[in-house]
Design a protein around this ligand. Sequence first.
Ligand code: PXL
Length: 273
Amino acid sequence: MAYKRILTVQDISCLGQCSMTVALPVLSACGHETCILPSKLLSTHTGGFGMPAVQDLSAGMEAVLRHWQSQRIIFDAVYTGYLGSVAAIDAVEKIVDTMLAPGGVFIVDPAMADHGKLYAGLDENYAQQMLRLCSRADVVLPNLTEAAMMTDLPYSENSAGIEAILDRLEGKTVVLTGVGNSPEETGVAVRTDAGVTRYSHKRIARSYHGTGDLFAACFTGAWLRGLTVEEAASIAAELTCRCVENTYDDPAHWYGIRFESVLPELIRMLEEQ
Ligand code: PXL
């Protein structure tokens, strides 16, 4: 398998099983060297624990970049998730401009909105800057809400209008999550130069924070091992579904996705490829 040096840039939510605390173990389980650049420190994610304690780290990011540049550090891939500030988006652009290895790839999970609205604490200007970052990516991993924002088309919870969204994304490589085919099924639509491929799996009537982050990290880790975009999306969807099942039985675990005990399954799936 390919062994890549990946830089992931996203926040650290100290508690809540999302962003960096998911990406790092998943990318390591996929067998890659994983470097991190935290954009923000939050006591929890912003989805249900009240007002988290927040420390913006964008000044620190600039200092890290200066040091890395002085050491001529480069990465095979840069993969971003929730960034949380326009300054962090700007820092990512600098990294992509100056620190990607020849042939290196840039993967963006916009991680800014769901169910038709922006995450708490993010504003329209942030959304516009994130859309600009998406336009520079080799692969974008939006959910339906974010894909509607990318295409300037209306969002619909039941995936109505998805064909128009996929048409408008022509020419890009996009892995679109949460595409429902029926009340019982949900899935992924992959748009590449080769056309659109869809995968569906059973819909579990709960959603957990970190599910999108888990999907994005699995996709990134699998794709960078040399799988096709379609193969990597299919593995990421299956694994995410297994982790949701693994969380469903535990009502006390409303705040995050229990993925840890499912990581051996991810490793097995990858080894079978
Ligand atoms: O899972 C996405 C995410 C990441 N980081 C923070 C969040 C969220 C979603 O709400 O609040 C801080």
